[in-house]
Design a protein around this ligand. Structure first.
Ligand code: SMO
Length: 702
């Protein structure tokens, strides 16, 4: 974005709040206007009427909620925008923005932290009775002998960590009638509509260019206040404006992911049949709500009980705002939470029953003969042979041998664990569109509304057009993210692009060939939509870890992963998606967490304080795949982008829990850092009176 040519463009930096929750008594904007290179400083009065767009109505809010584009008389989180500083150079704008002073009155009594226990949450959901006390199901189950296991998990927020921080360029034409907007977006059609609504112009007056930004991961699914501010400021000043965020701003102000408290209770009969699940889900929300903010909670709730036969399910969920950065969908968006809760409960129940965790899964997995299968949550699993996939994973892992080896090594005093996670990955509902032009020279141009931020959709879509049209891929030009050349679309989210946007491409190709066969002359332009029911990918991760007793550090010894994403069009790109998701899932499980202190100050505000995995942190992995085509689209395709974030953390959690299980059920906090595991091991040992080495570390160190 910094290199896009734009004649006369000025540079924007945002002055940001150092307070999470404070009344703003005074802002000294005038002082900034005298600083070197500064052209304009715009405060809240310049944007008083503008509001963040309404959010996805998938879940109703329990009370009206709206947010401005910046702080006016009250700060809502550290990093919230206080003023828009415009200067001749990016450095001048940044330096001036750092010097904003004012009078702030901190309001510690009004500070809202994540999960502060609000009695009237902004989001609430409830489904199923799941054998709640007094229900019919409860009465029926009381007669079934079995075991009940509980778990409580706290997933911290994490940073989405695209390679490029957010950035944008806004350029109005001379007459002020057309805005050209360059930004990173997974949902350019919605971004354009949101910009137009905020500017109170017609959508045709915004030409949006969603450009390459090195990753999105959900954090770029919804428009941000900075982007709207840039467009408004550009119109006010009559100049092109450019903004390139710094990494530190991203930690403070960009949408974060996860943030959840999960509690579950699973009842299992002595025969190993799952009887009832109760889940209590709490999701974090920030100071403002990105469009998709409700999605993680909704997804986690609807995906339970995952791949299993289990009719008695009761899920309660809630979420509320906090004086912190926004939380949005992030690679997986509720799928990881559902998999983690369910898979941790499964393995805990297996230990309680004295049963192998794979044996427990074998009894309860939905089978190929059950497909399509309507779950207790009302979701329709479309296709797949889950038991076969489990067996494939066990075979590739050499599971029986691994368990024997574990017994021997345990007998020699080693702390080794094997963890499994079986996950499902719903891959998006609704439609996408393709616009295909067959030119007189025989070449083709495709526009899709489902763009790319590093997934390689240009390659996938281009090869698909070439295959369907019987031409060389070099004959096909793919255009993404340009609202003039592309049809509308929902976007590139929820692992939907190949399955749904790809099917729209197939439909367009078929209809184009048919039109040509009827003698229609070139050029021909055709636009087709494809509307889809949800496809469900699935897979199984098996991992073995070794815990260092002295430090608690977990070392991954082996990771085997079998994924079924239906028909794969581009194996190399699909593998890249799996590995990328694995890296992010690994990061979340083992090292990443956003930390706010009790004053709402961000403690992890840079890459010095926030650990992200590097290539040499990642284990060797063995990836295998099965193919159960989805009946719901023209390609039989399913999604692949989120799988690694879903299955990997749950398997790692289960492996660490299994390693410590000779001492009992560990209480493990996230991420599974050495210190966390060391403390869990120590806590378990303290319950064991007869272990003399349990006191080898002085109590003052805790
Ligand atoms: S978290 Mo995804 O970009 O739907």
């Amino acid at each position: 974005m910094a290199n896009l040519p734009a004649d006369g463009a000025l540079h924007v930096a945002f002055a940001r709040s150092a307070h999470a929750c404070a009344r703003i008594r005074r802002l000294d904007l005038e002082a900034l206007r005298r600083l070197p290179g500064v052209v304009a400083v715009l405060g809240p009065e310049s944007f008083a009427a503008a509001r963040m767009p309404a959010i996805n109505p998938l879940l109703p809010l329990s009370r009206p909620f709206e947010a401005g584009l910046m702080a006016s008389d009250q700060t809502r989180h550290v990093g919230q925008v206080l003023a828009v500083v415009v200067a001749h150079s990016a450095v001048q704008a940044w330096q001036a923005a750092q010097q904003l002073e004012g009078e702030f009155e901190p309001q510690p009594d009004r500070l809202r932290l994540d999960f502060a226990g609000s009695t009237d949450p902004l989001l609430a959901l409830h489904h199923g009775d799941g054998g709640a006390p007094g229900s019919a199901a409860d009465a029926a189950q009381a007669s079934v002998p079995g075991v009940t296991v509980d778990i409580a998990l706290h997933l911290p927020r994490v940073a989405a960590m695209a390679m490029e921080p957010r950035s944008a360029l806004m350029h109005w034409d001379e007459a002020g009638q057309l805005l050209q907007a360059w930004l990173g977006s997974q949902a350019p059609s919605r971004a354009r509509a949101d910009l137009a609504a905020c500017l109170q112009v017609r959508p045709e007056q915004v030409r949006l260019h969603a450009v390459d930004v090195g990753g999105a991961f959900g954090a770029r699914a919804s428009i941000a206040p900075e982007e709207l501010l840039l467009a408004l400021a550009s119109r006010l000043l009559g100049r092109p404006l450019r903004w390139v965020s710094r990494r530190s701003e991203e930690f403070m102000a960009a949408p974060q992911g996860r943030g959840a408290r999960l509690q579950g209770q699973l009842q299992v009969g002595h025969d190993g049949r799952l009887q009832a699940l109760r889940a209590d889900l709490e999701a974090a929300l920030g100071a403002w709500l990105p469009f998709s903010a409700v999605v993680p909670l909704r997804n986690a709730a609807r995906i339970l009980p995952g791949p299993y036969h289990l009719r008695q399910v009761a899920v309660q969920g809630r979420a509320d705002i906090a004086d912190a950065a926004p939380v949005n969908i992030y690679r997986g968006a509720g799928r990881p939470e559902a998999a983690l809760l369910m898979e941790a409960l499964i393995e805990r129940a297996a230990r309680r029953l004295g049963m192998d965790p794979l044996a427990l899964r074998r009894i309860n997995l939905v089978t190929a003969a059950d497909m399509p299968y309507c779950s207790a949550s009302g979701e329709v699993l479309d296709s797949g042979d889950y038991p076969q996939l489990l067996e494939r994973a066990a075979q590739r892992f050499d599971y029986e041998a691994a368990r024997r080896s574990q017994q021997q090594r345990r007998a020699q005093g080693e702390w080794v664990g094997i963890g499994t996670a079986f996950y499902v990955e719903p891959c998006g509902q609704g439609w996408e569109a393709a616009r295909l032009t067959w030119h007189e020279d025989g070449s083709l141009t495709l526009g899709s509304g489902s763009p790319a931020q590093g997934q390689g959709h240009e390659t996938t879509y281009g090869a698909l057009v070439a295959r369907e049209m019987g031409v060389d891929p070099a004959q096909v030009t793919v255009i993404l993210g340009d609202s003039l050349a592309c049809p509308e679309g929902i976007g590139a989210l929820a692992s939907r692009s190949t399955a749904i946007a790809g099917s729209a491409i197939v439909q367009a190709c078929r209809d184009l060939r048919a039109a040509r066969a009827q003698g229609q002359p070139l050029p021909i332009v055709i636009e087709r939509r494809f509307d889809s029911r949800e496809a469900w990918s699935h897979g199984c991760v098996m991992v073995s870890v070794k815990i260092d007793e002295a430090t608690g550090a977990a070392q991954i010894e082996r990771l085997v992963w079998v994924d079924d994403a239906g028909v794969i069009l581009e194996p190399v790109l699909a593998r890249g998606q799996l590995l990328g998701g694995l890296a992010q899932g690994f990061g979340q499980a083992m090292m990443e967490r956003i930390v706010y202190d009790a004053q709402g100050q961000l403690v992890t505000g840079s890459l010095m304080d926030y650990a992200v995995p590097r290539a040499d942190d990642l284990p060797e992995v063995l990836i295998d795949s099965l193919c159960s085509p989805s009946p719901n689209n023209l390609l039989g395709a399913k999604g692949v982008g989120e799988a690694g974030c879903i299955g990997v953390p749950a398997a790692l959690y289960n492996a660490v829990a299994d390693a410590l299980s000779p001492l009992g059920e560990a209480r493990l906090d996230w991420p599974l850092r050495a210190e966390t595991i060391w403390r869990a091991l120590r806590a378990l040992r303290s319950l064991e009176p007869s272990r003399p080495d349990a006191t080898s570390v002085p109590a003052s160190n805790s």
